[in-house]
Design a protein around this ligand. Structure first.
Ligand code: GLN
Length: 190
C-alpha cells in the first residue's frame, strides 16, 4: 500500500510526519504521475481556493475525481474536506475548483476567521477510546450529509466534524497537528 499526501499547499509536512511515525513511507503528490502510484491520499488543511486552483493547474482534478472513493481512499482535513464536498456554502464568489465527490454540504469558515479558531476535546469512538484533541483553524462545518454518509463525530452542540462515505473521509479538524495518530491509522485501514 502506498500513501500519498497532496503537497500543493497547506500542512502536508505535518501529515507526512505522522504517517512516518506509523511506519508508512508517504509520497508527496503534486503531479498526475505521482497520483497514479498511490492508493491512499490525504488532502491537507490549508486554503481550499488555492489548493483547488493548483489542482486544476497541474491537471489533477480529473484523475483525482475518477479514482476518489474507488481504488483511491481519500481523506480531506479542513480545506481538504471542503474540496471533497459536493456542495459548498459561502463559497468564494464565482465558485472555486473542487473535486465534488462526497455527498456532504460544508460551510466554509463557519466559526469565523483566524481569531475564532479553537481547540476542544472531541468524543469520537469511531477512532478509538478516549477523547481526541480537536484543533479547529478557520474550520468549515459539515451542515448536511447524504444517505450513505456515516457521521463519525460531532461537537457537543451537534455540529458534524467528521464523516465517512465508503473510502472517503472528511474531518473539519486537524489531527496532524496533534501527537495522536489514531485518525491516520483509521484512514490507512480504509
Ligand atoms: N478556511 C479554509 C478554507 O476555506 C480552511 C482552513 C483550514 O484548512 N485550516 O479553505
Amino acid at each position: 500500500m502506498t500513501v500519498g499526501v497532496l503537497a500543493l499547499q497547506g500542512d502536508f509536512r505535518e501529515h507526512s510526519a505522522i504517517l512516518r511515525q506509523l511506519g508508512a513511507d508517504p509520497l508527496e503528490v503534486r503531479l498526475p504521475r505521482q497520483l497514479a502510484s498511490v492508493n491512499h491520499l490525504i488532502i491537507p488543511g490549508g486554503e481550499s481556493t488555492t489548493i483547488g486552483r493548483l489542482l486544476a493547474l497541474y491537471g489533477m482534478l480529473e484523475p483525482l475525481r475518477a479514482r476518489a472513493g474507488r481504488d483511491l481512499a481519500v481523506w480531506g482535513t479542513c480545506a481538504g474536506a471542503i474540496l471533497l464536498a459536493r456542495e459548498i456554502l459561502d463559497q468564494k464568489q464565482g465558485g472555486q475548483p473542487t473535486l465534488s465527490v462526497m455527498d456532504i454540504t460544508v460551510r466554509r469558515n463557519a466559526y469565523g476567521g483566524q481569531l475564532n479558531s479553537f481547540e476542544l476535546p472531541i468524543d469520537a469512538p469511531a477512532f478509538g477510546e478516549g477523547p481526541l484533541h480537536g484543533v479547529f483553524i478557520r474550520a468549515p462545518l459539515i451542515e448536511a450529509v447524504g444517505q450513505g454518509v456515516e457521521v463519525l463525530a460531532r461537537l457537543p452542540d451537534g455540529a458534524i466534524i467528521a464523516a465517512r462515505q465508503g473510502r472517503l473521509l472528511a474531518t473539519t479538524f486537524h489531527p496532524e497537528l496533534t501527537a495522536d495518530a489514531r485518525v491516520h491509522r483509521y484512514f490507512l485501514e480504509l
